[in-house]
Design a protein around this ligand. Structure first.
Ligand SMILES: Nc1ncnc2c1ncn2[C@@H]1O[C@H](COP(=O)(O)OP(=O)(O)OP(=O)(O)O)[C@@H](O)[C@H]1O
Length: 258
């Protein structure tokens, strides 16, 4: 695999007296699927917040494609190919599934400025067609075709989670951060989620980092797994290496169905 697309090093975050993260290193290569696991309060979401730009670390730095983005906004990072989903769903419930995917592509603008808006220029119509076509492709890949015209707010949780994933990849990402994507999904839906993530990594060279409490799901999907505990990296390696690590068993897996 090639150079690192994401490189977070020496990350430290404190909330008053709580050391949420201490000297954490985490890197991703293009096409890699990496799992981030650990007990409640281990620092997983805080690390996601630092990587995606929602929280600035007290120590350390984040490089995206070799560029220091530690002080860059989440929007800047998104424009440079980083996407994220959240533990709590963030869909536009009163829009259809398709419209949720179209909105996700809007940040590029339609081209041609306000004049093109008024005149419905051919360039504008081409962009609109391209976006609809990309939305249909992604909906098909995510098994959501028949829900295209449904309101996102009316979907069962597993389908809504899949729409969140579809929306995150509507504009193709280079780095994708998924926060508990499988929570609330059925076994079939988890299978579909795995297939979409694998496709993104294998065919589109996207680097994927996912936080999940479903350890069996992570172990099956991820080539590499990082275990956080009390704000430190406790272990890192292949699923087999992590599973066999006595420190991990003591701190986490001993109490989890792995
Ligand atoms: N905004 C905040 N203010 C104060 N403390 C916080 C804040 N956010 C997180 N923490 C604390 O930082 C630590 C790490 O929390 P974090 O949410 O990152 O863990 P997590 O691994 O994502 O947990 P979970 O699996 O429960 O989502 C915890 O001790 C948490 O209580």
């Amino acid at each position: 695999m090639s150079e690192r697309i994401l490189d977070a090093s020496g990350i430290g975050v404190r909330f008053g007296g709580i050391h949420a993260l201490t000297d954490v290193d985490l890197s991703l290569r293009p096409g890699e699927v990496c799992g981030l696991i650990g007990p409640n309060g281990a620092g997983k979401t805080t690390l996601f917040d630092v990587v995606s730009g929602i929280r600035r670390p007290d120590q350390g730095r984040v490089l995206l494609d070799g560029v220091d983005v530690t002080r860059r906004s989440p929007v800047w990072r998104a424009r440079h190919g980083m996407r994220r989903t959240f533990q709590r769903q963030q869909l536009f419930g009163q829009l259809t599934v398709t419209d949720n995917l179209l909105v996700a592509q809007e940040w590029r603008g339609g081209g041609g400025g306000f004049g093109a808006d008024l005149l419905a220029s051919p360039t504008r119509r081409t962009h609109e067609r391209d976006r609809r076509s990309r939305a249909s492709t992604v909906l098909r890949e995510c098994g959501l075709e028949e829900l295209a015209d449904d309101y996102a707010g009316a979907l069962p949780i597993g389908r809504a989670r899949m729409v969140e994933l579809a929306r995150a990849v509507a504009d193709p990402p280079r780095v994708l951060l998924l926060d508990e994507p499988a929570s609330g999904m059925t076994a079939d839906e988890r299978g579909q989620l795995s297939a979409v993530v694998r496709h993104l990594a294998d065919e589109e060279d996207c680097a994927v980092l996912l936080v999940e409490h479903n350890v069996a799901f992570v172990m099956e999907l991820c080539a590499r797994v990082v275990v956080l505990d009390l704000g430190h990296v406790l272990a890192e390696g292949t699923a087999a290496e992590v599973r066999a690590d006595p420190k991990v068993r003591d701190a986490y897996l001993g109490t989890t169905a792995a």
